[in-house]
Design a protein around this ligand. Structure first.
Ligand SMILES: CC(C)(COP(=O)(O)OP(=O)(O)OC[C@H]1O[C@@H](n2cnc3c(N)ncnc32)[C@H](O)[C@@H]1OP(=O)(O)O)[C@@H](O)C(=O)NCCC(=O)NCCS
Length: 169
């Protein structure tokens, strides 16, 4: 499976994540999430449940026509137990941010949720993460709740929802 149509993310190709990606994902978790980073075991558990989880990576190849793997620069995953899906995580390497990869990845995860019969998509985002909140709001997510002191450092989580049945009507 390869990424379908979405926002432009020049130079990045999307494919499903597998266990070989985890070493690089751990570096990116540390870079992007610091104290909120997931341990490797969390990703292993997610990859072990493909019936309800779907994880994608965006990789950059020095030679786009060459074989083998490129460097993973973006990743994200969705859990779907119909009729509800949850965006579990989404991240783009700092050096690749601002080029449309996050938007493209979000669209891939929304497509996955829709394909898996979700009617609603939920996600949690740190209250102080304006950039991510903007990305979700522009895509149609609405803020429906705040979970106080949800994150380790005491920050609140904003719960956002995208109503797919409304969108598909
Ligand atoms: C949030 C994140 C995934 C966005 O990824 P990205 O690849 O930088 O996002 P994109 O380039 O697709 O940009 C998304 C939007 O932000 C805008 N944007 C890009 N660079 C920006 C910048 N420096 N400042 C503000 N907005 C910016 C873009 O214009 C785009 O808007 P559009 O959808 O109207 O075109 C990325 O910043 C990230 O990984 N952050 C750290 C981890 C994180 O917070 N994850 C989310 C946890 S809930």
């Amino acid at each position: 499976m390869t990424g379908g149509a979405g926002a432009k993310a020049p130079g990045i190709e999307f494919r499903l994540m597998d266990a070989e990606d985890l070493e690089r994902i751990m570096e990116l978790e540390d870079e992007l999430f610091g104290e909120d980073a997931w341990p490797r075991s969390a990703f292993e558990a997610e990859l072990f449940q493909p019936e309800t989880r779907e994880y994608w990576v965006g990789e950059v190849r020095e030679d786009p026509d060459g074989g083998g793997r490129g460097e993973v620069a973006a990743y994200g995953g969705v859990m779907c137990v119909p009729p509800v899906a949850d965006i579990q995580t989404i991240g783009v390497a700092r050096s690749f941010q601002g080029r449309g990869a996050g938007r493209r990845l979000l669209e891939i995860l929304i497509d996955a949720a829709r394909r898996r019969a979700a009617e609603d998509i939920l996600l949690e985002v740190r209250e102080d993460n304006a950039r991510a909140r903007d990305l979700y709001t522009r895509r149609g997510f609405r803020e429906i709740h705040v979970r106080k002191r949800y994150y380790r450092g005491g920050q609140d989580a904003v719960i956002m929802q995208l109503d797919l049945s409304e969108e598909d009507a």
